[in-house]
Design a binder for this molecule. Structure first.
Ligand code: COA
Ligand code: ZN
Length: 308
């Protein structure tokens, strides 16, 4: 086996990517309790909400309130999605210290998701990122549909590399190469992420997988073998994008932590505490969550019926 990193960073996206697709409204207090439990689990990075158009993502229309009331947990950095200047204004008003801009590697998806082509989105972000950095707000960037686009099919790895480079050129400190519909295989990861890493610093690349076809953990292993040390995941395997047909939940944080613990790779995250956090959402939504560890622990706790 190839040498593996001794430790790595998990970016918890449950409160944002996880909840954005849930049609049933979740009370702001429940979201804050979810975030508080996630923060207690040892996660150091939590994406808390999204300053997008409330009509685009009604579930996260309470972004300003969530951001203002975020638990002051030492050692946790919170971030939130920002698509444009209006989003940045709201994020600043709410006191965010880290934001994430998001584009795609395919124009059709970018148009559906943010009503801009990839080039238009990069032109929109440049002044937004500059204004954020000037205020000491740090910036992450997402590139969606890096492997397969739900509208265009296979995506060119050179295009992914180019979009990532253009984000880094703006001063963004981390780019998340994202498999929005969860279609990638480890071979895609080796090829596309390998291509990105030819020109971008390894420590600034994050990988963001969804688990639609059950390939997410295999893709993490491919990423580890490429030397990537930052991975996104969502508590319980919640998640999906309403603008990406066929997208299902994110890789579950509990499943990622289990595998890494077992491999002797340090994350500082307590799996049981993440399970407590995701169980709060399961109880609120009155349904089982897709994560494997979530199902196992929930059955063991005699809690197979989350409606109880
Ligand atoms: N927050 C709140 N309102 C916003 C906003 C933001 N970030 N950006 C724009 N608006 C408002 C404008 O003020 C304007 O309002 P008005 O009509 O009252 O003047 C209206 O929205 C239209 O603005 P425009 O710039 O033309 O936006 P748009 O209609 O082209 O939508 C986005 C672009 C990016 C705002 C929208 O597509 C969006 O929020 N997408 C997010 C999708 C998403 O989150 N997907 C999941 C994550 S991968
Ligand atoms: Zn996602």
């Amino acid at each position: 086996m190839m040498p593996l990193p001794a430790r790595l960073k998990i970016v918890e996206v449950g409160p944002r990517d996880g909840l954005q697709n849930e049609p049933e409204p979740i009370a702001t207090d429940v979201k804050l309790a979810f975030i508080a439990r996630l923060a207690e689990s040892g996660l150091s990075q939590i994406e808390a909400t999204s300053f997008v158009h409330p009509k685009a993502i009604p579930q996260l229309a309470d972004a300003v309130e969530v951001a203002r009331r975020l638990p002051a947990a030492g050692g946790v950095t919170y971030s939130a999605l920002v698509p444009n200047q209006k989003g940045l204004d709201r994020a600043i008003e709410a006191g965010m210290r880290r934001i994430a801009v998001f584009t795609a590697a395919s124009d059709s998806f970018a148009k559906k998701n943010i009503n801009m082509t990839v080039d238009e989105s990069l032109a929109t972000f440049a002044p937004v990122v500059a204004a954020a950095l000037e205020r000491g707000i740090t910036v992450r960037g997402y590139v969606s549909t890096c492997f397969v686009c739900p509208f265009e099919g296979d995506v060119s790895k050179q295009r992914v590399r180019e979009v990532a480079l253009r984000l880094f050129d703006m001063g963004i400190d981390e780019v998340a190469i994202s498999d929005t519909i969860g279609a990638a295989s480890p071979r895609d990861v080796f090829e596309t992420v390998g291509c990105v890493l030819e020109q971008s610093p390894r420590e600034k690349i994050a990988l963001h997988f969804h688990d639609t076809y059950g390939t997410a953990l295999a893709n993490v292993l491919a990423g580890l073998q490429l030397g990537v040390t930052t991975f996104d995941s969502s508590a319980g395997g919640l998640g999906g994008c309403p603008y990406a047909p066929g997208a299902s939940g994110n890789l579950a944080t509990e499943d990622l932590v289990y595998m890494l613990d077992r491999m002797g790779i340090h994350t500082g995250v307590d799996l049981g505490k993440v399970f407590e956090a995701s169980s709060l959402i399961a109880q609120t939504l009155r349904r089982q969550l897709p994560g494997r560890q979530w199902r196992k622990l929930s059955a063991e706790a005699g809690d197979a019926d989350p409606t109880r």
